[in-house]
Design a protein around this ligand. Structure first.
Ligand SMILES: [Zn+2]
Length: 107
């Protein structure tokens, strides 16, 4: 079984599929722990920040899975529908990640 991997934009180490990670527009993929570490340097991590991290993680995961669904779909209309759903999610992903990024660099 082959796992997908990404490079963490904070620590530079490999992220392996199944580990907890998020995508931030300015940083790229990053381990959840690395994001938390960076956040705690400047903020006290409260429930608002945790909820933002959680939402980012879920949306990142959904986008990755939707890309797999696109590859799977043979029917053109179905494929296009999945692509349009994924693109909508990417828009929300940018909004969430920009908000989180703001916290990472403030305080
Ligand atoms: Zn990392």
């Amino acid at each position: 079984m082959k796992y997908k991997t990404w490079k963490c934009g904070i620590c530079g180490e490999t992220i392996i599929e199944g580990q907890r990670f998020i995508f931030l527009r300015e940083i790229g993929f990053a381990h959840l722990e690395c994001v938390l570490e960076r956040l705690t340097e400047k903020n006290s991590v409260n429930r608002d920040l945790l909820s933002l991290i959680d939402a980012n993680e879920l949306i990142t995961y959904s986008i990755i899975r939707l890309k797999e669904s696109e590859t799977l779909a043979a029917d053109k209309d179905i494929k296009e529908k999945i692509i349009s759903v994924r693109k909508s999610l990417e828009k929300y992903s940018v909004e969430l990640s920009d908000l989180l990024f703001k916290y990472m660099n403030s305080g």
